[in-house]
Design a protein. Structure first.
Length: 449
């Protein structure tokens, strides 16, 4: 989950809005068959979800799968959400999301260390704070967000596999200066819960308890301690759980070697299966898409995981610089018979995304010149952007969670007879969890050992 922290620049006195924190949540009048997107009415809304392991390998007509025979290398994983409208409008607008996802991945790893981040959770948290931004601050944050972020949020709730929750925690000493429209817009667009409380030692515990509940216990905490100048915390929590459409037989899982780029190896539990998967080879990589079983009807999102395995002799550092939206969009997967060997794995990664965001061009929100005039009369800036991700992959399927917290403070200065393709993920690889119809990356990560 991502978390945003705000802090004040100076003391400010103002009126307290009597109904600011006790307004009823507005109800959506949107029907499942129609969705108003600006002036565009989209009929027959259909949604599919897929989880992808490395790059945006899932295409609308892709039906390929293969197994790669190699030494295990680094894995990068991304979980994404994508929503398909009848005119594919959202999917087209989400192309830049992959540049954000891949840039985010590169800021966390050069291919030598493991990581797991959630572009979508970060975007939901940034979406909350962006409702209060103006000027250059809003422009920089907006450049990292998909055009229809609230619609994506609405869609994913229908899948049965993934849930997203948002909350805004406000220090009671600035509550009177917080603008009602900022609260109302976040409730309307992101279904955000709003809490006003003293920012004492108990406040961090309350925020962490909320995260624990929303992630099904996978992420018990995100905030260690609130700082003296922290005045607002904006949080997104994602939780995903789904079974493989084609499960692995646990009796075939064996202990095998996973080869590290250092020349050494680790023993891992290697799953094994021969089946038809969507598969292709591109950019010196084997790429496979493994679909998850839908929990609801065909009108709900589809999820898939992509695994990107560098070819023999190539390192993750050779592959990472090439990853971008153009690479992802040009992937052409087709259904093929694959003998896949894939390790069971778990990843637990926590980081501050401030350096990454600054490198990606969002700099002003961290300075005394931050423009958050629509949040409060009190001068605020972003203090930190924390994210923690957990992902577990086994024979049955995948469970993953992410929390992003933004803290704000006061500003201061083929046929059956054909031989199966071998895909042996026995060396570092990249994994991506994505929603396929809207082509939105949810989780992306690297597995190195």
């Amino acid at each position: 989950m991502p978390v945003l922290r705000f802090q004040m620049c100076k003391d400010t006195k103002s009126f307290r809005h009597p109904q600011l924190f006790n307004r009823k949540k507005p109800r959506s009048s949107q029907s499942k068959a129609q969705l108003e997107v600006g002036k565009l009415k989209v009929e027959n809304l259909s949604v599919r979800w897929n989880i992808a392991i490395f790059a945006q390998l899932i295409g609308k007509h892709s039906k390929t799968a293969a197994i790669m025979t190699r030494n295990w290398k680094t894995i990068i994983a991304t979980i994404g959400v994508s929503i398909a409208l009848s005119n594919n409008a959202l999917a087209k607008k989400n192309q830049s999301n992959w540049d954000v996802a891949f840039d985010l991945l590169r800021t966390q790893s050069d291919g030598q260390n493991e990581c797991c981040v959630s572009p979508l959770s970060l975007q939901f948290a940034l979406g909350l704070v962006n409702e209060g931004a103006t000027g250059q601050t809003k422009k920089q944050i907006g450049a990292l967000l998909p055009k229809k972020l609230p619609e994506i949020g609405d869609m994913i709730q229908q899948s049965g596999s993934i849930s997203s929750a948002n909350s805004i925690w406000i220090s009671d000493d600035i509550a009177a200066s917080v603008k009602a429209k900022f609260i109302d817009q976040n409730r309307k667009k992101f279904d955000a819960e709003v809490r006003c409380l003293p920012f004492d030692e108990a406040a961090a515990s309350q925020i962490n308890n909320w995260c624990h509940k929303k992630t099904n216990g996978l992420i018990p905490s995100i905030i260690d301690k609130l700082k003296k100048d922290d005045k607002m915390v904006l949080v997104n929590a994602l939780h995903f759980k789904a079974d493989w459409q084609s499960k692995f037989d646990a009796s075939r899982t064996k202990k095998k070697q996973f080869h590290l780029e250092t020349g050494t190896s680790n023993v891992v539990e290697m799953m094994e299966k021969t089946s038809y998967w969507n598969y292709c080879e591109a950019g010196n990589c084997q790429i496979i898409r493994m679909d998850y079983e839908a929990k609801t009807d065909a009108e709900t999102p589809s999820f898939a995981m992509y695994v990107l395995l560098p070819e023999e002799g190539k390192k993750l550092s050779d592959i990472l610089p090439r990853l971008n939206s153009e690479f992802w969009q040009n992937l052409s997967l087709k259904s093929q018979r694959i003998h896949l060997q894939l390790p069971k794995f778990e990843s637990d990664f926590r980081t501050s995304l401030v350096p990454a965001l600054q490198k990606m061009g969002a700099t002003r929100m961290f300075t005394a010149d931050a423009q958050f005039d629509k949040i409060s009369k009190t001068k605020l800036c972003v203090d930190d952007v924390l994210q923690k991700c957990v992902i577990k992959v086994d024979e049955d399927g995948t469970e993953a969670a992410a929390v992003t917290a933004i803290t704000m403070r006061l500003t201061s200065v083929g046929p059956n007879a054909e031989k199966p393709i071998e895909m042996n993920v026995n060396r570092p690889f990249i994994y991506i969890l994505t929603e396929t119809t809207t082509d939105t990356p949810i989780f992306i990560g690297i597995k190195t050992k």
